[in-house]
Design a protein around this ligand. Structure first.
Ligand code: MN
Ligand code: MN
Ligand code: ZN
Length: 282
């Protein structure tokens, strides 16, 4: 949900599409710095959220897109660490339990070097934010270019290297795992993919889900989101996921194109509720 006009404006937007969960940015998503969130703003966010059906533990944030913990450029690494610390502190102030992060792009240094650097820097960030409870949620990515985190094995290895499991977690993006080559379109392949997720990452680490269909085919490694049921993934995968008891308490958000009137969000929500055999609006 957009935070245009301030983070405290997002809950009413969520309520307008009958949300029970929500993802927001905690500052401008294309800038290194932003004005701090004031105490009154945080209080207004909490008060606005209370008027909705969105509990705070179903709210999660997404980091700005400039952060790259696997960068080979020292100035980018330093800015990335500082930005991640700042965003975690913003989340803590708002009471948000999870902050979604793309693991990073190694820019040619190699996957192993990248994973080690990301783990070391996450460790530093965690140690610099001892009073923050917000988890860093590593997002599964599509695998474009030198992006790390397209395989469950890479995400699992990253988590294992970090000493504070209570500060870490995972966000599963359906478009990204499909583009990375994990099929979920029928019962047998869905089961195989999720078994591998359990083996390599573990459902106990799963703290957020992005529900997106894909404009590109299985294994394309291209990250383009499509409306639910309208892309190469199709409705059956979402029906299977919504019926999967391991996903039942995990907050989910859409990341699909929309206009300001949120008509597309309502349409995607209606599709998901139909697939979950529930009525929408609830
Ligand atoms: Mn993302
Ligand atoms: Mn995503
Ligand atoms: Zn994406």
């Amino acid at each position: 949900m957009s935070i245009a006009g301030g983070v405290e404006k997002s809950p009413s937007r969520g309520a307008s599409i009958h949300s029970t969960a929500m993802q927001i940015f905690v500052k401008n998503n294309n800038r290194w710095e932003g004005p701090p969130i004031s105490g009154p703003q945080a209080a207004a966010f909490a008060a606005e959220l209370k008027k909705t059906h969105i509990p705070i533990d179903h709210v999660f944030a997404h980091t700005c897109y400039l952060i790259n913990l696997a960068s080979t450029k020292p100035d980018i690494v330093e800015k990335s660490v500082n930005a991640l610390v700042d965003e975690l502190e913003r989340c803590e102030l708002l009471g948000i339990p999870g902050l979604v992060l793309h693991p990073g792009s190694h820019l040619g240094a190699g996957i192993d070097a990248g994973i080690s650097q990301i783990a070391d820097l996450c460790q530093q960030v965690i140690e610099r934010t001892p009073n923050v409870r917000t988890r860093i949620l590593m997002e599964t990515v599509a695998g474009q270019g030198t992006n790390i985190g397209a395989s469950f094995g890479e995400i699992g290895l990253l988590l294992k290297k970090i000493k504070n499991p209570k500060r870490m977690g995972v966000c599963l993006d359906t478009c990204h795992i499909f583009a990375a080559g994990y099929d979920i379109r029928s019962e047998d392949v869905y089961a195989r993919t999720m078994d591998e997720f359990e083996r390599e990452v573990g459902f106990k680490s799963l703290k957020a889900i992005h529900l997106n269909d894909s404009k590109h085919p299985l294994g394309s490694r291209k990250d383009r989101h499509e409306h639910i049921g309208k892309g190469h993934i199709g409705e059956e995968a979402f029906r299977l996921l919504l019926a999967d008891s391991r996903m039942a308490r995990i907050p989910m958000s859409l990341e699909t194109d929309k206009d300001e009137d949120l008509k597309e969000d309502r349409e995607n929500m209606a599709t998901l509720y139909r697939l979950a055999k529930a009525s929408y609006p609830p």
